[in-house]
Design a protein around this ligand. Structure first.
Ligand code: DLL
Length: 435
């Protein structure tokens, strides 16, 4: 019962996909070499000429780009067309360093919105749906991307942006929103806020949610599905490559289909830059096959995931990526052990806690410390010291077995951890302040 926005390409045979990728890559490399001196220099340094790229198999000959190239070339150095042809910029939500600014021609905006339309139709969206877009509007790509996609599908679009929870709930209930688009942390907060106002999950008309822009676990998915009474779908993307919709989940929910007629994906070893075979865990790298204004080739995302080309029963043939485990630069190294914040989230949700937590890492007497602050859910609340200690000890034991190192757990009063309306800030690494 799959719904497709562009069925022919979404279900094309592997041969057809490769044919399209071959054709687009050859054209794109020539275009970038001619138009982007910054990348031409990188190619020259590597001794690669556009004529060396004959098929997608030759992609490994091309140099990589990383965030530091984007900073060096800021703001116009990677522009692939005249500024007169550009109609939009979007920018990353990052708080450190220089922002990344990405440019779009009208063609690029159309292509991006089509990818978001594919994502909306994959969760069952039609022109009968009311799509509440609660991602931030403005420089962040979340609002603009899903808004454009919803228009392309012909759904009634509620351009809410993030925040103003009272108004989100009023519009959701009054207008009968059927699809919610938000970060998973904000979706969880909306679920909690609805319950506080006495609404049960069956009181809203929502059927599906399209959640992404930050890592979230399967446990978090189940918790949101329960609180909102919906099916929750993942969506992935990044500003540098366009925004949300680079990849999206179908009804099978076994990884996200990458729109590989536009974005060619590779997984590499982040240390050696060697391309890894399908099924290996590594850093995701994207090549924009047909974007005009910001045509990044072999861009290193820092996101760690696995690719699979196994057949998907939804009928889509595009390669799937696993949920990113996190960014290689978000991974915490605590007392020499690699820790992903998602592992901590899994422990907390498995033990019946809500996704309201904060992780604090510090270094005292030359030893790393890991403190996890988690809210007491109202229904589990107790002010008896022995109860609190027992619950903290149980969480600490579960953390030790998941992470392989000890963490100090602090149960805090309900509603004392700040709720997020956009991307949640889960980790405070105080070690960086001392370095
Ligand atoms: O977050 C685009 C987006 C908006 C995606 C709305 C999905 C929904 P940036 O602000 O440039 O763009 O951040 C991109 O966010 O490299 C990942 O590390 C992370 N990320 C995005 N989607 C997911 C996801 C948008 N579904 C960075 N799961 C990416 C885990 C995600 N991490």
């Amino acid at each position: 019962m799959s719904n497709y926005y562009q069925q022919e390409i979404e279900t094309a045979s592997r041969d057809e996909i490769i044919r399209i990728q071959n054709e687009k890559l050859v054209k794109q490399v020539r275009h970038v070499y001619d138009k982007v001196p910054y990348y031409r220099n990188l190619m020259d340094q590597k001794g690669v000429k556009p004529e060396d790229i004959k098929t997608i198999e030759d992609i490994h000959k091309l140099p990589f780009l990383s965030k530091s190239d984007l900073r060096d070339a800021y703001p116009y150095g990677l522009l692939g067309t005249d500024l007169g042809n550009c109609v939009r910029i979007q920018s990353t939500s990052g708080t450190t360093g220089r922002r990344v600014v990405a440019f779009y021609t009208q063609g690029d905006v159309d292509l991006w919105e089509e990818c978001c339309a594919r994502a909306i139709m994959a969760v069952g969206g039609t022109n009968e749906d009311v799509v509440q877009v609660a991602y931030g509007y403005g420089l962040f790509t979340g609002g603009a991307g899903l808004h454009g996609g919803s228009h392309k599908v012909g759904s009634l679009t509620l351009p809410m942006s993030s925040g103003n929870t009272e108004r989100q709930i009023q519009f959701m209930m009054d207008l009968g929103a059927t699809i919610l688009c938000a970060t998973p942390s904000y979706a969880a907060y909306l679920g909690e806020s609805l319950a506080e106002r006495g609404y049960k999950p069956e009181d809203n008309k929502l059927k599906a949610g399209i959640f992404g822009a930050e890592p979230w676990t399967e446990e978090m998915r189940r918790s949101i599905e329960k609180s909102l009474g919906i099916k929750a779908y993942d969506i992935y993307g990044l500003t540098e490559i366009s925004g949300p919709g680079v990849a999206f989940e179908c009804e099978e929910q076994k990884g996200m289909h990458i729109n590989e007629d536009h974005f060619y994906a590779e997984v590499i070893d982040p240390d050696t830059e060697e391309v890894l075979p399908e099924g290996s865990v590594g850093e995701l790298v994207f090549t924009c096959l047909d974007k005009e204004a910001f045509p990044l080739l072999r861009y290193r995302t820092r996101d760690i995931c696995v690719l699979t080309r196994e057949k998907c029963s939804c009928g889509r043939t595009h390669v799937r990526m696993s949920k990113p485990k996190g960014r290689s630069d978000d991974m915490l190294i605590i007392r020499g052990v690699n820790v992903f914040p998602s592992q901590i989230e899994t422990v907390l949700l498995n033990q019946g806690y809500a996704p309201n937590y904060q992780i604090e890492v510090d270094r005292k007497n030359n030893t790393d410390t890991l403190d996890v602050y988690v809210e007491f859910p109202t229904e589990m609340f107790s002010d008896k010291v022995s109860d609190v200690q027992k619950k903290e000890a149980a969480l600490e034991a579960a953390m030790r077995s998941m992470l392989g190192i000890g963490a100090k757990v602090h149960l805090v009063l309900p509603k004392t951890i700040t709720r997020s309306e956009g991307k949640a800030v889960r980790v405070i690494d105080k070690r960086k302040l001392h370095d």
